[in-house]
Design a protein around this ligand. Structure first.
Ligand SMILES: [Zn+2]
Length: 989
């Protein structure tokens, strides 16, 4: 809309005022408080509750905003939507944060002061963990309100509420009864400082510790020492040619249980955490061992020790067995060694060994070179420090693991698959005492306290047994029934279900619920957050406060027992007894139960992608274990994270923007749109203030335009119907359809692109056409278009849309109006081609006049003859039936077709040109044109004359439109014969 700026009266947007106004109205009218309504379909949607150890920053906002958009969209689709929120206090991070404040940790204090602008007197309160939690709890809640999230706050709770603890105790007794909680010795990620297991919530950068299990193969050295090598591939011991030791590092001789081991100091420390008894005896230089040999007890033979710089003291035992036929590192290190005369001389070795092939795969068929040699050559590896070696190794290991078979002549494991051989050898050497296992962390993980984490073999630890085969089956069944968006991430879920094993579920410290049968332990944060969605339906009926004894509407947390939860959540037990035990009326008990029955299961669970391997997987497992199938969650929506100006957000980069600051600066709606518009759901979205400003300007433009066209909303109906009216109405139906289906599949970026940008293009064209005809655009078509646009935008920019909706004269909440539905009867197929034809003619004429630099005085336009249109139809039909058209074949058909053969023979290029015309159109356009019986190009061209004249810029322009068939046409240069369907010919004078 061209001249709207001048027309707009007082069109300033005061975001603060608008947000405050609508937030207050929503709250006063309890717009998002949701109770069961038996006549209405429910939609229960949740998002992972926040952990209140810092304020939310822009990066946190994406998941919550997406969930809110989803809630608002469903609400407009007539669902009774429940969107609640709680706060996760459980675990050690808040406690260790308070310890850091107590010890006056400057880094943390400065973060609070400088990034989050927290006053000093409040920071000094942070010595108490609960003060930290409740401060950030309120801070986050305030931010969520400011963002306009449509949350039912009556259901809010924290995970240290007494009622919640009762619920979690019930969950754990339930799991234990089903045999899913076991006590035993298992390796876990561990903080030696805190003496606690660690998982993603406890680590710097939220990294989940990834454990790796090595098999140690013991070689004998000088009869009295054990030299253990760590390997992931014990089946390759028959291919060992030598050992590798790093000459530049120190090793130790250590008493490990009843043996004397030679290993690195780091390895000795790791063994201690794995419960070996370890005493250091003496140190020994790596170089002292090189040139000597160890005894291989499997094959009863000596194996030489060679030097290699790739051996990492932190990895395994710091000693590596060399299998040059199947390990690219070993192969390359031998190549390097044989070239290094100094080293060979120094240690008096030759480096000559013969690689022993033991595994065959189709991927490495060569009879001459080994698998390792083949892959090292194909990756053009430089030397053993070449980073590409890692990639080559992963590839070869994976190929051999999945497709490899042991060669027939290898003792004991000949002809076995690699997988079988591995298990066989591992079991055998462990039972013979010449092998054992060792765990370490695959990734570098730091506890939030700053200590480097290790693997600890915990004894008497409580585990949730996600390795239970029957449980896994149920989890698969659940996920098979579940919708996962985007679908491409489903494989990640099945992989996690596959590999999950026992998982430590309790800690010795932190906030949370005590393990009900063993009070020394506290249930950890990734175990008490898996079925809590059910608690949203109970929380508002539970009082954690002893003083409210006499409140008849609530059940006292102290009075809750397992029978209560069994009855409400699982429908077990006698309600009379349960009511009596809980000291509540049977009516209240039934009310609570009915609320649960009405809202459960969870219809959609939103979360960031980083929670797939833990939280979301546990959510699936625990629902499968505890609830009957009709209460299993129905959908998971996973989104990527947020980058700031292309970079990961981090304290060190100083690019963490607290959410509330951003809202204050730019307004909530602009922030919401920016988070969602910059990427599709699984990609990382890139937040930038340029983008926010652009979006804000766009909203402002829409606002001004609507203010400028307020007249529209007073017009009752249009007097006459023009082509462009039919077109814009038809376009609108397509926008509604496309946007709705994009939102349904969470292609949010696409939906916003339609609403914010494509709709503007349509509006611009519509206005142009009207202006050229000297007609007003203030009509019912424009009204419907603008109203629909605001409705479509409303879930994304709720404050803005409420305000605009009101300005337009509505007294309803746009948040609650019916989502637009497209009407088939308003779709006019021809209208699209009508307007496109006008557009393309204008474009063509402008192109010609630009080149010739002439101002046209007279323009003649020729539309294609009817026989050409017949031919077009036939070719289109032919192409639609056959994806890759064969030109020769089509030609042959048409020279024998009585209807068109004369045309085709007279004009042999025509068929080729029409084929090209058709193929340059999208599939949608082709399909649409198939559905149109006939298209008279003269109608839109006549209708578009006014616009054509104004675009050419000559009021006196003479403009004529002829059909090629017209015998009386003016055609001095014989241009009409160039006309093709949808491509009229033009003659300009
Ligand atoms: Zn720690």
């Amino acid at each position: 809309m061209v001249d709207s700026v001048e027309k707009a009266p007082n069109a300033e947007l005061d975001w603060d005022r608008i947000e405050e106004k609508w937030r207050k109205r929503w709250t006063d009218d309890k717009l998002f408080e949701t109770d069961p309504q038996s006549h209405k379909r429910k939609y229960f949607l949740t998002v992972a509750y926040p952990y209140p150890n810092s304020p939310q920053h822009v990066g946190h906002g994406r998941t919550y905003t997406l969930a809110d958009v989803h809630a608002r969209y469903k609400r407009m689709n007539n669902y009774n939507v429940l969107f609640p929120m709680g706060f996760h206090y459980t675990g050690t991070p808040i406690v260790s944060m308070s310890q850091r404040i107590k010890s006056n940790d400057l880094e943390l204090i400065q973060t609070f002061q400088q990034i989050y602008k927290i006053p000093d007197d409040i920071i000094s309160n942070f010595k108490e963990p609960k003060k930290i939690a409740s401060y950030f709890h309120q801070e986050i809640k305030q931010g969520m309100n400011e963002m306009g999230y449509s949350i039912d706050w009556r259901r809010e709770f924290t995970t240290i509420d007494k009622g919640y603890s009762k619920f979690i105790s019930w969950q754990f007794r339930n799991l234990k009864k089903n045999g899913l909680i076991v006590q035993g010795s298992h390796p876990v990620g561990w903080c030696p400082q805190d003496q606690n297991p660690v998982s993603q919530h406890d680590t710097v950068g939220d990294i989940e510790p990834d454990l790796i299990e090595y098999v140690l193969v013991k070689f004998k050295f000088e009869d009295q020492y054990v030299v253990p090598t760590a390997t992931l591939r014990p089946e390759t011991i028959f291919g060992v040619t030598n050992l590798w030791i790093n000459p530049d590092i120190k090793y130790v001789i250590a008493q490990v249980n009843n043996e004397k081991w030679i290993i690195t100091k780091e390895a000795a420390r790791k063994m201690e955490f794995l419960n070996a008894s370890v005493t250091l005896i003496s140190e020994i230089n790596g170089s002292d061992l090189i040139g000597k040999s160890v005894f291989d007890e499997q094959r009863k033979q000596q194996v030489p020790i060679f030097p290699a710089s790739f051996v990492d003291p932190n990895n395994g035992t710091g000693i590596v067995m060399s299998v040059p036929a199947h390990a690219p590192y070993d192969y390359q290190a031998l190549v390097d060694l044989r070239k290094d005369d100094n080293t060979l001389r120094k240690y008096n070795i030759t480096g000559n060994v013969i690689p022993i092939k033991i595994i065959q795969t189709d991927a490495y068929p060569s009879n001459e070179s080994s698998a390792a040699e083949t892959i090292v050559t194909s990756y053009s590896i430089r030397d053993q420090n070449d980073p590409k070696l890692e990639e080559a190794t992963n590839k070869l290991y994976s190929d051999e693991f999945h497709n490899g078979k042991v060669l027939p002549d290898i003792d004991e494991i000949g002809n076995l698959s690699v997988i079988e051989a591995r298990e066989t050898i591992k079991a055998k050497i462990i039972s013979q005492g010449i092998g054992t296992t060792m765990y370490e962390l695959k990734n570098a993980v730091k506890c939030r306290c700053g200590t480097t984490c290790v693997v600890k073999l915990l004894t008497n630890q409580w585990f949730i047994n996600y390795g239970d085969e029957n449980w896994k089956k149920l989890a698969y069944e659940l996920i098979d029934k579940m919708e996962i968006l985007p679908e491409e991430i489903r494989q990640e879920f099945t992989n996690v279900i596959d590999w999950l094993k026992e998982r430590a579920c309790a800690r010795k410290s932190g906030m949370g619920t005590k393990l009900p049968w063993d009070n020394e332990w506290i249930i950890e944060s990734l175990a008490d957050s898996v079925i809590y969605m059910a608690y949203y339906l109970l929380s508002r009926h539970i009082s954690n406060n002893q003083d409210l004894q006499n409140n008849e509407d609530k059940v006292l947390a102290d009075n809750l027992n397992d029978n209560f939860f069994d009855y409400v959540l699982l429908g077990k037990n006698d309600p009379d007894i349960v009511a009596k035990e809980s000291k509540i009326s049977i009516q209240l008990l039934e009310k609570i139960k009915n609320e649960f029955v009405y809202f459960y299961p969870v219809d959609s669970r939103h979360s960031g992608r980083d929670l797939v391997p833990n939280h979301l997987a546990f959510f699936i497992f625990n629902h499968a274990a505890i609830f009957p199938k009709d209460k299993w969650p129905k959908q998971i929506v996973v989104n990527g994270s947020v980058l700031m100006e292309g970079k990961k957000m981090s304290k060190s980069l100083g690019n963490i923007i607290p959410l509330r600051h951003a809202i204050e600066e730019y307004g909530a709606d602009s922030i919401r749109l920016t988070m969602l518009a910059s990427a599709e759901i699984l990609q990382d979205s890139d937040f930038s203030f340029d983008l926010v400003k652009g979006i804000r300007a766009k909203l402002f433009e829409i606002y001004r335009n609507i203010n400028a066209h307020l007249d529209v909303f007073r017009v009752q109906s249009s007097l006459d119907v023009d082509l462009e009216d039919v077109w814009i109405s038809s376009r609108l139906q397509n926008v509604i359809m496309d946007t709705t289906s994009a939102i349904e599949k969470f292609r949010i970026r696409e939906a916003l692109h339609n609403i914010l940008y494509l709709m503007d293009n349509d509006l611009e064209w519509y206005e142009k056409r009207k202006l050229a005809k000297n007609k007003s655009i203030f009509n019912s078509y424009l009204k419907e278009f603008i109203e629909t646009r605001i409705k479509l935008l409303s879930p994304f920019a709720p404050y803005f849309c409420e305000e605009v909706w009101e300005i337009m004269g509505n007294d309803s909440y746009v948040s609650l109006v019916q989502w637009p539905e497209s009407s088939q009867s308003k779709i006019t197929l021809k209208s699209e081609d009508n307007e496109r034809l006008i557009q393309s003619i204008i474009f063509d004429i402008q192109k010609i006049t630009k080149v010739t630099k002439m101002v046209p005085k007279k323009i003649s336009i020729y539309t294609a003859s009817s026989i050409k249109c017949t031919l077009y139809r036939k070719i289109l039909d032919r192409i639609q039936r056959q994806a890759t058209p064969n030109f020769g074949q089509i030609m042959k058909e048409f020279v024998n077709d009585n209807e068109v053969k004369d045309l085709v023979k007279r004009n042999p290029d025509l068929v080729k040109k029409i084929i090209d015309d058709i193929l340059s159109e999208s599939v949608n356009v082709r399909e649409r044109r198939m559905k149109i019986d006939s298209f008279d190009e003269k109608i839109p061209l006549e209708d578009g004359k006014s616009l054509l004249v104004s675009e050419v810029g000559n009021d006196q322009l003479e403009l004529y439109i002829y059909s090629e068939d017209d015998n009386n046409k003016y055609d001095p240069k014989q241009k009409s014969k160039f006309a093709r369907p949808y491509k009229p010919a033009i003659y300009i004078e």
